[in-house]
Write a protein that binds this ligand. Sequence first.
Ligand code: FES
Length: 187
Amino acid sequence: MATPSLVEPTRRDFLYIATGAIAAVGTAATVWPFISQMNPDASTLALASTEVDVSAIAEGQAITIKWRGRPVFVRHRTAKEIEDAKAVPMSELVDTDARNPNLKGESTEATDANRAAAGKEPWLIMIGTCTHLGCVPIGLSGDFGGWFCPCHGSHYDTAGRIRKGPAPENLHIPPYEFTNDTTIRIG
Ligand code: FES
């Protein structure tokens, strides 16, 4: 014969669980706005992309612009820099990935062609933070004629690829495109 004592605790258990669940949802709803307010605000999101006029950057020169709070190098390479970068066999690279989100082809190898702007090989556009611990490397320096990071001695070549030192990866390339011959939209 079924005793009421078997039914009672089940009903009470259900009430406990239901009350607990409601309390948990209520707490999450209260806490969420406090966490959410730390996300980027509308003015930061508005900087999601930026346009750069590169017409005044002569061959052999570079500028650094700021994009989403980070430095981005825009370098107009010389023929010699391009030649040097092309001459490097993949087997000599520390990181063989192009680190380029703009690649459309199948290969993501860190060839010079996969690092430079599509159809505009003199242009190298890279996020200017060292892939070791985030310092900003110095241009036209180091053992490979590219960039040198003074923080812990990482050397990058003329395609921004890591060649020596503690940094594990090539300088990353941001999403960008040339909107006309002299304008780049980054982001
Ligand atoms: S941050 Fe560049 S080498 Fe350490």
